[in-house]
Ligand binder design. Structure first.
Ligand SMILES: [Zn+2]
Length: 418
């Protein structure tokens, strides 16, 4: 038997198959052929030596913005996702029912990264939703007529090969000073129920209380940006504990997702959650134009932050492979290294670091290890690893500090983290 590729000698962590062992991975004709000890390198056309590295199923990033050149947040997904070890990225509502045809043609079909999507309840998606905080830029729910459950659901029905759920942003500043939030939320829930797919919710600075969101989300719905420290944080700023309604939602099966982004990862919140054993179901980046050169950088950097607060390595890999696949109902296709599957494989190095690393408001922690991508195959074909331009990026750190006063959960003071 011959192999196109043999990925040799790495520590294979494949949580979906309960595997954590030093084994080889053989790829043939774009598929996983075998995962086993001591496969014959003489049978391989090409060998990658993964000794001392981690080999995982191709990483899945559940929250990105990939409608490049059409929406202000969109970016080159192959550079920032595939080039960083992410073989499947899920766009979080960049397109709505009126703009989805272009998303298919100009984003999903253009990129080598497998690009799936949540469809925004607003019919224009994030066509004119800027990076936030700019009152001159209107939001996608300024008029309620932009949110139509029937049209949203029929677009999903016609595009189930790419669409995996519905997206809504609940923030008063994008919804006519909050007046449209509750009804738009109801319509998004209706659309999600109609198509029987998850609703992904962004929820901060919102008039909708936690009792309704996540309190009234269904099992399988996704509350993204779960470690933000703004109003509607999972943490009660009085008690510095996670709200009971959040714990209850988690027990009911609501999925809490990181969605790091430009504002939504806060070391203080992450540490409080860690102390309560509250881990995210999925780890995602919310990569977009305002995050990819800092403060987020890329998915392995977000995974590294979770490792730093004590989430076990196996759980971090699970949250970016098998559990992420299950969240969108794709567990039969992606997220593990079972023979016969499309050969999406990522090789990561766990590197010594020992430097301060920022959160979204430039609170610092001295981080000792970073996960960095070393190699990636998408459907059996290797892709080039891309590198961070500025890391750490002092301009981004200085800029993000301006958000710190808006936090309701934060450190006692901003420090340099040394
Ligand atoms: Zn986002």
């Amino acid at each position: 038997m011959r192999y196109d590729w043999l990925i040799r000698g790495g520590r294979v962590i494949d949580p979906g198959n309960h595997l954590d062992a030093i084994v080889d991975v053989a790829l043939q004709d774009g598929k996983i052929l075998a995962v086993a000890e001591a496969l014959d390198p003489g049978s391989a056309n090409q060998v990658f030596d993964a000794s001392g590295m981690l080999v995982t199923p191709g990483l899945i990033d559940l929250h990105v913005h990939g409608y490049d050149l059409v929406t202000p947040l969109g970016l080159d997904i192959d550079h920032y996702c595939l080039g960083r070890g992410v073989t499947t990225a899920v766009d979080a509502g960049s397109a709505g029912c009126d703009t989805f045809a272009g998303f298919r043609a100009f984003a999903a079909e253009r990129f080598r990264t497998r690009l799936l999507a949540f469809l925004h309840i607003s019919r224009t998606g994030l066509s004119f939703a800027g990076l936030g905080g700019d009152s001159e830029v209107p939001g996608e729910l300024e008029a309620l007529r932009l949110a139509n459950a029937r049209d949203c659901a029929s677009c999903v029905d016609a595009n189930r090969d790419l669409l995996v759920g519905i997206k809504i942003r609940l923030s008063s500043s994008i919804a006519d000073a909050g007046r449209n939030e509750a009804e738009a939320f109801r319509r998004a829930q209706e659309a999600a129920a109609t198509v029987a797919l998850p609703l992904m919710v962004h929820h901060n600075f919102s008039t909708v209380p936690l009792e309704d969101c996540p309190g009234k989300l269904r099992a399988g719905d996704i509350w993204t940006h779960c470690f933000h420290g703004f109003p509607r944080s999972i943490v009660d700023p009085e008690t510095r504990r996670i709200h009971a309604v959040v714990h209850e939602a988690g027990k009911r099966g609501v999925r809490f997702d990181i969605g790091h982004g430009q504002g939504s990862f806060n070391w203080t919140v992450a540490e409080i959650a860690a102390a309560e054993g509250f881990w995210p179901w999925t780890i995602s980046s919310d990569l977009h134009r305002g995050t990819a050169e800092g403060p987020c950088y890329d998915l392995p950097m977000v995974m590294s932050r979770l490792l730093h607060v004590g989430m076990p390595l196996e759980a971090v890999i699970r949250a970016t492979t098998s559990d992420a696949a299950a969240c969108i109902g794709w567990e039969d296709r992606i997220g593990n290294l079972s023979p016969g599957r499309e050969a999406d494989v990522t090789v990561l190095a766990l590197e010594d670091f020992d430097q301060p690393l920022e959160d979204c408001q430039s609170q610092m922690r001295r981080v000792k290890q970073l996960l960095r991508p070393r190699a990636v195959w998408r459907a059996g074909i290797p892709a080039k690893i891309t590198h961070l331009r500025h890391f750490p990026n002092p301009e981004s750190i200085a800029h993000q500090r301006q958000q710190w006063p808006r936090l309701i959960v934060r450190d006692a003071a901003l420090s340099e983290g040394t």
